[in-house]
Structure formats: structure tokens, C-alpha cells
Ligand binder design. Structure first.
Ligand code: N01
Length: 542
């Protein structure tokens, strides 16, 4: 990385300048927003708190971090250059390669000079006299922008539970989403992992490989199925290149922005033999097909859900030598897919090793942390390293870190004290000239696919405002009420675990308000087109 790449543009250059748009966040959604806004001729800058680009794929550099959707379906589709000049090495690429991909995009499309790294936004105040946002950075500098584009991420603010005595622990404590760039050497170390969601599941076999001992603190079991990673061959790449446009269209036509063929049949309308054949197919195909190509009612009908959960439970039992241990690892408080299902590589098999043990927090909760480890109601453990794979405060965690003030100095979090209210997840009443990419109420699936359509819509809106000589656009309360009610309607048929992060269920004391849009990419696009085509009905211009 050269000097300019490491430090981005000179912050001093912002002085006196009024941008058309400031993009906050250099992850998947922010990078595309930067591309699109720049392509449409807007003066734009992207600021990112990290010292590199990639967002979630910059911070989550823990061993084992990788895609669980097919690499070539996760990236961008705005230019064929992306398929011609980028070759994925694996079906489910690892974090270093993914980080390289996002840097490749930024360099290939000559966006680097519009990126300012190591810049943390701490405040954003709407100046209603001039219809601009005044945005403050942690170092005290300010920048003025007509539009504020928040691409602060879905899972970007780590959540670490508060245990008594945590400050006393003298070993290394780290969250999976804030992994040190220099890595952690586990050789000969006694290691603990808290959390068995997607991050914990990816970490367990990697840490076990080198550590002297590994203790996994599990609160709930999760339904882990095989990732089945394999090389992405040059022949497959050629096929993908040829079908680039079709793959793009397929993503746009899929409810979750994936490329998987949906299965329209219902679980019990086929014979038992056919049901098992389908189950084997989705189980063995790897990645998230297990959910998105499974019978259509798997996440809607409790009996169908139970049927598939039973199938997966048998697979789990078959992977573990000790039947009692298998019993403890099999989820007993939610059915398959009610939490976002993790994909693993030898996850359950790792527990067959003598130096790996499961500590169930339901059977024996933590009493306190000590200087040397952890005391539970039944045991005392000594550790050198404690890893928290305990998830994130989805969407709102990152927004809470910025003091966002709209009309009449109202804080965004006050406006959302009864849960987020948005139009399309793109705009909020009382907060003019503010838009999001892959924000609350706008996404549920393959994030890059959603990011592209959101950023296109946002950039078109900014173009519209400029072309018509307006300086301000604001969502009406009525439009936000209507969309927010629709968001709540779409979640009703879905079987969701209470503790799921989609509704803040993982944050203690949370209100359980729905954050994710379940209506699908197609419905979102239809609604968004109707708004745009009607001259932005539900939005007021000045
Ligand atoms: O976090 P999670 P994650 N005491 O919230 C446990 C994406 N992702 O970082 O199940 C003890 O899923 C909690 O326990 P329980 C993906 O979208 C993708 O793993 O609530 N334990 C759970 O086991 C994913 O959904 C990939 O009982 C506590 C774990 O911590 C999202 O990121 C890879 C606790 C948290 O699981 C988040 O995944 C990684 C407490 N007080 C992540 N609080 C890919 O493969 C929480 N836990 C692409």
C-alpha cells in the first residue's frame, strides 16, 4: 500500500469546499455509492474510520473469515471489467482475497483519490438555512456537504457482553470484528471462544489447529451445515464471464439478491423420498442454498421447519463421536434458519479432539472473569486468550456513534426512539438530504446486490434534486409510516428466533423492533421505482 492509499486524500482540501455528497463508510455499500455518485458527476468523497477499505471485510480478519455466499455472486455487477479482470480463487473466498477485491475495485475505477481513510465521523448537523450537512470528524475538522450518504454498515459495531470482572483479565481479549492486523499466535495457548454464530463457527477449527486447548462457551446451539468450499476453477470463471449479465439479472430477480434457484414446492406436498432427495441436495450444495433453495415453507410453516431441523440434527449427531456432546450441540431453542444459519468447515468434527471442550452457558453460566480466566457456576478456567464472537449491534450500533441532528436539532436516535421509521430505508422525515445505502428497512439478503440498487436510487435522487434546481428533499411522515408498516407486515409470515439480530434480539433490553426488510429485492425495486417515476411521491422538495 502506498502512502496515498494508506492515508487517503488530504483532509485540508475539504476546507471551504461544499461537496454534493459525503459517503460515510468504506465497505461494500459505501464503495459502490462512491462509484455511482462519481460516475453521475457529483462531487463526492468517501470517509472511512479504518486504515483500509472493505468495511466488514477489513475488520473481520479473524482466522477462517470467509464468504458463505458464492464469491462471484457476492461482488459488484456494474461493469463487465469486474468479471474480465478479477478471478476468484475459491467458491467461498477468504477475507484477505475479499479485501483485495474491494481495493481492486477502488483502484481499477480510479476512486482512490476520493477516499479519506482513518477518518471517524462523530457528528452531522443539518443546517436548514443553507440546506447542507455540517459533518464533524473525530479530529475536530468539519466538512460541508449537500447530501449525507450513510453507508455505515449492517454489522459494523461489535457487541461484547458485560461480564463481572472483565477488566481484571490479564490475558488477550479480542472481538472477532476487531481483529488485530498482525494476527494472534495461538500456538501453545489456552484459548476461549464465546459465541457460536457464523463468526464463532468459522473460528473454532482454525483456533483449535494451533491452540494447546480450546474451550467454546456456547449459550445456544446453532444449526451449522457444511460450507463445502472448493477452488473456483478457470473453467468456472470462464463460464461466469460468459454469463455475467444473466447472473446479474438472476440476482436482481431473486428475493434475497442471491443466484440460487428458489424451490416453489412445499415440504409435505412431495413424497418422503423426494423430500429427502431435496434435503440432501441443498445440504450438500454448500453455502446458503440450504435456505434459499429449500422448500418454500421451510421458514414459514413450523411443521416444515421441524422436519428439516430433524434432518440436520441427524447430520450433526453423525459428526460427533460422543452422543451426549452431540445432544448439547444440537439447537433446542429454535428451528433451522430462525437465526441466520452459520456455515462451517469441520465445525462439529473439531469437538472430537481431546483438547477442545464445550462449556454450556445455559447449564453453567459465567459468574465472573478473573485475572487468569473465567469462573462459571460449576468450573474455573484459565486462559491466555479470550475471543468474543458475540456479534454486533446491527445497523443502529454504528449510527449511534454519530450525533446526527436533523430539523430543529432533533437527534436521529430520538426520532427513532420507538423504532426506525423510514421510506424504503432510504430517507427519514425530519432529516432532509440524508440517505442510506444498505441501511435499516432496506436490506435482507445478499448485501452487494441490495447496495447497488440502493446507491443507484440515491444517486438518481441527488441528480433529480440538482437538475430541478432544488436544494432540499425530505421524506414525508406519511410515506415513512406507510413503508414502515409494510416492513412490519413482511416479517409476519417469517419464523424468527427471538434473539435474532434482525430485530435487535441479541442486544439485552432491546425493544425487538424490526430492522430488516423481508419483502425481497423485487418488491423493494418496484416500490422504489414507483416513488421515483411519480416524481418522488412521498418526498417534498424545496
Ligand atoms: O454473531 P451472532 P456473529 N453470553 O450474533 C453469543 C454475518 N457473518 O458475529 O445464540 C454468551 O450470529 C450468541 O449466543 P445466542 C452473518 O450475517 C457472516 O457470529 O444468542 N454468549 C451467539 O452464539 C451473521 O449472522 C459470515 O445464545 C453470547 C453469538 O454470541 C452475523 O454476521 C461470517 C452472549 C453471536 O452470534 C453475525 O455473526 C461471520 C452472552 N451475553 C459473520 N451474547 C460469513 O460467513 C451473545 N452471545 C459470510
Amino acid at each position: 500500500m502506498n502512502n496515498q492509499q494508506a492515508h487517503g486524500a488530504d483532509p485540508e482540501s475539504a476546507k471551504g469546499e461544499v461537496l454534493d455528497a459525503l459517503v460515510v463508510g468504506g465497505g461494500v455499500s459505501g464503495i459502490y455509492a462512491l462509484y455511482r455518485l462519481n460516475e453521475q458527476g457529483h462531487s463526492v468523497r468517501l470517509v472511512e474510520r479504518g486504515s483500509g477499505l472493505g468495511g466488514t471485510w477489513f475488520w473481520n480478519r479473524y482466522p477462517g473469515a470467509r464468504f458463505d455466499s458464492d464469491s462471484y455472486s457476492y461482488g459488484y455487477f456494474f461493469s463487465e471489467i469486474l468479471a474480465e479482470e478479477w478471478q476468484w480463487s475459491e467458491h467461498y473466498a477468504g477475507q484477505p482475497e475479499i479485501e483485495r477485491y474491494f481495493n481492486f475495485v477502488v483502484d481499477r475505477f480510479e476512486l482512490r483519490d476520493k477516499v479519506q481513510l482513518d477518518t471517524t465521523v462523530v457528528s452531522a448537523r443539518f443546517d436548514s438555512n443553507n440546506n447542507v450537512w455540517v459533518v464533524g470528524y473525530a479530529d475536530g475538522q468539519e466538512v460541508v456537504t449537500r447530501f449525507l450518504v450513510l453507508a455505515t454498515g449492517m454489522l459494523s459495531e461489535p457487541y461484547i457482553p458485560a461480564f463481572d470482572g472483565m477488566d481484571d483479565f490479564q490475558g488477550v481479549m479480542v472481538h472477532s470484528g476487531e481483529w488485530p492486523a498482525e494476527g494472534i499466535d495461538f500456538a501453545g495457548k489456552r484459548v476461549a471462544i464465546f459465541g457460536t454464530g457464523s463468526s464463532g463457527v468459522q473460528l473454532v477449527p482454525e483456533v483449535a489447529r494451533d491452540a494447546a486447548s480450546l474451550t467454546v462457551f456456547q449459550r445456544s446451539g446453532h444449526w451449522v451445515t457444511p460450507l463445502n468450499n472448493r477452488p473456483f476453477t478457470p473453467e468456472e470463471q470462464e463460464e461466469y464471464r460468459k454469463n455475467f449479465r444473466e447472473v446479474h439479472q438472476k440476482r436482481l430477480g431473486h428475493i434475497g439478491g442471491f443466484i440460487h434457484e428458489p424451490e416453489p414446492r412445499l415440504t409435505f406436498e412431495v413424497s418422503e423420498e423426494e423430500r429427502l432427495r431435496k434435503y440432501d441436495e441443498v445440504y450438500n450444495s454448500g453455502g446458503l442454498r440450504i435456505l434459499s433453495s429449500n422448500f418454500a415453507d421451510t421458514l414459514a410453516d413450523p411443521a416444515a421447519n421441524q422436519e428439516f431441523s430433524k434432518y440436520v440434527a441427524e447430520k450433526i449427531s453423525a459428526s460427533i463421536e460422543d452422543p451426549d456432546l452431540a445432544e448439547r450441540l444440537i439447537p433446542n431453542d429454535h428451528g433451522f434458519g430462525m437465526h441466520r444459519p452459520p456455515k462451517g468447515t469441520s465445525y462439529y468434527e473439531t469437538y472430537n479432539s481431546d483438547h477442545v471442550q464445550l462449556a454450556s452457558l445455559k447449564e453453567s453460566p459465567v459468574v465472573r472473569f478473573t485475572k487468569t480466566g473465567v469462573v462459571t457456576t460449576e468450573d474455573e478456567f484459565e486462559f491466555d486468550v479470550i475471543i468474543f464472537a458475540t456479534g454486533f449491534e446491527a445497523w443502529l450500533g454504528a449510527l449511534k456513534k454519530i450525533d446526527i441532528r436533523g430539523m430543529d436539532d432533533e437527534a436521529l436516535m430520538e426520532a427513532w426512539s420507538d423504532g426506525p421509521r423510514t421510506l424504503l430505508g432510504m430517507g427519514v422525515p425530519g432529516f432532509p438530504n440524508l440517505t442510506f445505502v444498505a441501511g435499516v428497512h432496506s436490506v435482507g439478503g445478499n448485501l452487494p446486490a441490495f447496495s447497488e440498487v440502493h446507491a443507484d436510487w440515491a444517486s438518481d435522487l441527488i441528480t433529480y434534486v440538482k437538475r430541478h434546481g432544488y436544494s432540499r428533499v425530505e421524506v414525508t411522515k406519511e410515506a415513512a409510516r406507510e413503508w414502515t408498516e409494510h416492513v412490519y407486515e413482511t416479517v409476519k409470515p417469517v419464523l424468527l428466533a427471538k434473539g435474532s439480530w434482525y430485530q435487535r434480539g441479541n442486544i439485552p433490553g432491546s425493544d425487538g423492533k424490526i430492522l430488516t426488510y423481508y419483502g425481497g429485492l423485487g418488491t423493494w425495486r418496484e416500490w422504489a421505482s414507483q416513488v421515483a417515476d411519480s416524481g418522488y411521491k412521498g418526498m417534498e422538495f424545496q
